[in-house]
Ligand binder design. Structure first.
Ligand SMILES: Cc1cc2nc3c(=O)[nH]c(=O)nc-3n(C[C@H](O)[C@H](O)[C@H](O)COP(=O)(O)OP(=O)(O)OC[C@H]3O[C@@H](n4cnc5c(N)ncnc54)[C@H](O)[C@@H]3O)c2cc1C
Length: 550
């Protein structure tokens, strides 16, 4: 039989030529390349952080991105007992997790406004947080909870005096020893129980007073929590039933005398995403804790922690949207199909422009929201805005994330479905922020509650464009019909979110972005999927604005 000598003698490498694949996305500054974020940081009062954010943006694109990959490939492991059978209740993490945590703590992502409460501190922190969380979302959880716990702890001044210096320290120390010996500490939150998460009034964990109890007093906690993330934290704010009703408690992992508290880790959750971070089920077998705030006032005490956590859900989701857009634009800029780069194909341009639009609108909202946390003390209008906009944006920004992540993934074709592209990790992470700390329906109902209390608060969403004003009028009209308002809540809140985004985009984004937003999101000239913007818009200008400068 004749043998084709050319094929037989060809070196094996000839079958492994790599053509038409995008190069690695390297050398990007994760802050500077995000123009909408840079502009919003400046506009909302955080210009003093720009140099620092640029330096962080430069750093994030290097090692931290790798740490994110490693921390997900090597998830945390639970060690309930030592070899002799003693309970130890510890979670072991890969070194990459600790590097991410060290970075977050050194960069003051967990504390900047408390350490340096100058004007714009929340905006500055938001800029740093949105930059850093593009490397990996999992470590956002303990960073955010530590940040968010401070205003609630301040409701019990002697506890704040004890813990705030530790929670706002910038040295990271994961050792399980009394916090005072470490010089720094992290804080978690434990509210959700098996029988109820949204409805915390259903909590069954009991709190028995020791020596009389009362605000700041000692209690013994008996019960469980069905979700308790970052269980290696040094302190937890816990809800439990005291005689007077649901109350808030500060519960340390290690007792002041060095013994471990009766805080037993049952299991770690096997989660869809967020795999670098540990989320546990815990039991309190007479755990020692001190009451924060007044007895029976657990929800009002922990509400500030909840609000700050919701703020971070919005900012952190913005980080994911930006990262997805960056990956999609990068791939489309290097991959050709049917004789043209993807980024030059008219239909792909529509998809990319739509994804950019979503990221920009959400970035603007996140940063405006962060500013309201700076302005709120002593400013009633800012307080009203903060209250309403936190719930509205938490609902909408988080709700849009999974679809956005999926569409970014599809821009990479088959490569996007493969783990090492990073897009599957983004996709798995995307639904979490919507569930955590008030899931979709709960947020929508929260908005209705806020509006019922202050019907004029909708005014804070009014904008500066006739298309927008028409839209706000129609939202007002919807709210004026109380019949079945509860079942229409998502629809109303969605429209409020679009009105808020519209008012920001119209005032602050380039005309191409504003026109596309108004046409598609306000005038309804688009379909249900991404990539259904009406023709005739300037897709090129939108895409160029969001393309990372590499
Ligand atoms: C990865 C992860 C980490 C978490 N970490 C923590 C943690 O550290 N600490 C902590 O305390 N919790 C934590 N949670 C729990 C989380 O906050 C709750 O899961 C969430 O608040 C929802 O509560 P639930 O699971 O009990 O659902 P449910 O309250 O039973 O809600 C189920 C569904 O019903 C809807 N719903 C509820 N009430 C209404 C209503 N009145 N009308 C219409 N619909 C309604 C909800 O929107 C939701 O879609 C975590 C969850 C996850 C997934």
């Amino acid at each position: 039989m004749a043998v084709d000598q050319t094929v037989a003698s060809a070196p094996p490498s000839a079958t492994h030529e790599v053509n038409n694949q995008a190069p690695p996305l390297e050398g990007v500054n994760y802050f500077s390349s995000h123009r909408a974020l840079v502009e919003a940081t400046e506009r909302e009062g955080g210009s003093w952080v720009l140099d620092r954010a640029r330096a962080l943006g430069e750093r994030i694109g290097g090692e931290p991105v790798q740490w994110g990959v490693q921390a997900n490939e090597n998830p945390p492991r639970l060690r309930t007992h030592d070899r002799y059978g003693h309970r130890i209740d510890e979670v072991e993490f890969h070194p990459a997790w600790h590097e991410l945590m060290r970075l977050g703590v050194q960069e003051e992502l967990h504390c900047l406004p408390w350490r340096d409460p100058r004007p714009g501190a929340n905006v500055a922190r938001a800029a740093l947080y949105m930059t850093a969380m593009q490397a990996e979302a999992g470590f956002a959880c303990p960073i955010t909870m530590t940040f968010a716990a401070v205003p609630s702890l301040r409701m019990q001044p002697e506890l704040a005096e004890l813990w705030e210096p530790l929670l706002t320290a910038t040295t990271y120390d994961p050792r399980l020893i009394p916090a005072q010996e470490k010089g720094s500490a992290l804080c978690g939150m434990a509210m959700t129980e098996k029988q109820g998460g949204s409805d915390v009034r259903a909590n069954t964990t009991r709190a028995r007073p020791i020596n009389g109890g009362g605000p700041g007093g000692e209690y013994e906690l008996i019960g469980h929590k069905w979700f308790c993330s970052a269980p290696m934290c040094d302190l937890f704010l816990v809800l439990a039933q005291a005689e007077e009703g649901l109350s808030c408690f500060a519960m340390p992992r290690v007792l002041p005398d060095g013994q471990r508290n009766a805080f037993h880790l049952q299991r770690l959750k096997d989660k869809l995403g967020n795999r670098s971070n540990a989320s546990s089920e815990v039991e309190f077998a007479g755990a020692w804790a001190r009451m924060v705030g007044a007895p029976g006032r657990g929800v009002p005490t922990i509400i500030e922690m909840v609000a700050h956590t919701r703020l971070d859900c919005v900012i952190g989701t913005g980080a994911g949207l930006r990262w997805g857009v960056m990956q999609a634009l990068h791939h489309a800029s290097h991959r050709s199909a049917f004789g043209r780069l993807l980024i030059d194909q008219p239909l792909m341009r529509n998809v990319l422009a739509d994804l950019c639009l979503e990221s920009e609108a959400n970035t603007l909202v996140a940063m405006r929201l962060a500013r309201s946390y700076d302005d709120a003390p002593g400013d009633e209008a800012a307080q009203t805005f903060k209250r309403l906009a936190t719930a509205v944006s938490k609902y909408w920004v988080c709700k849009r994330a999974p679809g956005h992540a999926y569409e970014c993934l599809e821009c990479l074709g088959g490569n996007g479905y493969v783990e090492e592209s990073g897009l599957p990790r983004l996709y798995r992470e995307a639904p979490l922020a919507s569930i955590w700390e008030g899931s979709g329906n709960v947020m929508s109902l929260d908005v209705l509650r806020a509006l019922a209390r202050d019907p004029h608060s909708l005014e804070v969403f009014s904008g500066a464009d006739p298309r927008l004003d028409r839209f706000v009028t129609s939202v007002r009209e919807e709210l004026s019909h109380p019949a079945e308002l509860e079942s229409r809540a998502r629809r109303v809140v969605e429209r409020m979110a679009l009105a808020l985004q519209g008012s920001l985009v119209v005032r602050h984004s380039p005309p191409a972005v504003a026109d596309a937003f108004c046409a598609s999101r306000l005038d309804g000239d688009s379909g249900l999927a991404y990539g259904t913007l009406p023709a005739g818009l300037d897709f090129g200008a939108i895409i160029d604005r969001h393309r990372a400068a590499v």
